[in-house]
Write a protein that binds this ligand. Structure first.
Ligand code: NAP
Length: 305
């Protein structure tokens, strides 16, 4: 077998994303040793049962000792606490990465907490499902998806290249982007759609009982897709909106203006305006299909709920 890409890797937090990465590293022999840390013993027991780690610990400092790469795979709100715990235990030359959905906050808040001689390469594998926890992961999750790296200018090129290689070996297409730009793009493509889904499903939740029952019964009319997105993890999404506040408020402002314009067109019976708006949006769908981003990742054996 080829030499592993990293001798020792630590995953701090291991839910959907961390366990999918562990499965890839196991499948392809990318790490000589995988150390895992999580918040609860229950999760570590699951990780051991699934054979995803060579060592487990509730103490993040113990997990990162002597590793070449640490990947933080927790929700954003846990970052400061876990980094505070493990930073003093990092060896010189270690790489710290993460998989969080918002990137500027990582450079702003985590970089100053790391010792000199440690390289920070923030990462966002843009792949996921609405499921959480180590049992929800699967090695194929990342295949043909994009992974965005947002290292600060001047970051050690070798560290960036090694992180890039890891995600490429997981089947991802990798792009390097400025963190602020990443956060704005994702605010439109991911964060706003989640906010809209949470809102629509929330509105349905507050309906009178009889109406709610009919909504659920006839949900195939479009509502069903929103319920899938709105089933996403509440902790993770609370954190995303709080740490990407500025970009989300920016795109939400534009969205609200566009929604108001359509509302007015409906009230005034302005069919041309509606028709033109709905025609323009078809082009975006065509673009998404051309870019092969139209199929949601599914766990092997799942028939897609
Ligand atoms: P997840 O399935 O909910 O797993 C979260 C993991 O973090 C668990 O192992 C949990 O440990 C640990 N954790 C939570 N709070 C902690 C704390 N205070 N201290 C230490 N560990 C803690 O999460 P996920 O869906 O994999 O998401 C992880 C990260 O990936 C998030 O930052 C998210 O923004 C990003 N991301 C998610 C997706 C997606 O679709 N899900 C896609 C791309 C990126 P316990 O189980 O022991 O509590």
């Amino acid at each position: 077998m080829d030499k592993p890409l990293f001798q020792r890797v630590a995953l701090v937090g291991i839910g959907l994303i961390g366990s999918s990465l562990a499965r890839v590293m196991r499948r392809d022999g990318l790490a000589g040793h995988i150390a895992v840390s999580a918040r609860t013993q229950k999760t570590l027991d699951t990780v051991v049962r699934l054979g995803l780690a060579d060592s487990v610990s509730l103490d993040a400092a113990e997990a990162v000792r002597d590793v070449d790469l640490v990947v933080i795979c927790t929700p954003h709100s846990a970052y400061r606490t876990v980094v505070q715990t493990f930073a003093p235990a990092l060896k010189q030359g270690a790489i710290v990465s993460d998989v969080g959905s918002v990137k500027k906050v990582v450079l702003d808040e985590i970089a100053p907490m790391l010792p000199a001689g440690v390289h920070l390469v923030p990462t966002h594998p843009i792949a996921g499902t609405e499921h959480s926890g180590p049992e929800a992961g699967f090695a194929e999750l990342f295949e043909n998806r994009w992974c965005v790296l947002t290292p600060a200018p001047g970051t050690d090129a070798n560290a960036v290249a090694r992180v890039r290689q890891l995600w490429q070996r997981a089947g991802m297409r990798v792009e390097i982007m400025e963190a602020e730009r990443h956060d704005l793009v994702l605010a439109i493509t991911s964060h706003l759609p989640h906010l809209i889904s949470y809102t629509i499903v929330g509105t349905a939740t507050d309906l009178e009982a009889w109406l709610k029952n009919e909504v659920i019964k006839f949900s195939a009319g479009g509502f069903r897709d929103f319920t899938r997105i709105a089933a996403s993890d509440p902790t993770m999404w609370r954190d995303i909106f709080l740490v990407n506040k500025e970009a989300v408020l920016e795109v939400l402002g534009r969205f609200t203006e566009d929604l108001t314009a359509l509302q007015r067109a409906i009230r005034r019976n302005e069919g041309d305006i509606l028709f033109d708006a709905f025609t323009r949006t078809r082009e975006i769908r065509r673009g998404v299909i051309d870019a092969q981003q139209h199929v949601a990742p599914k766990k092997p054996g799942e028939n897609g709920k």
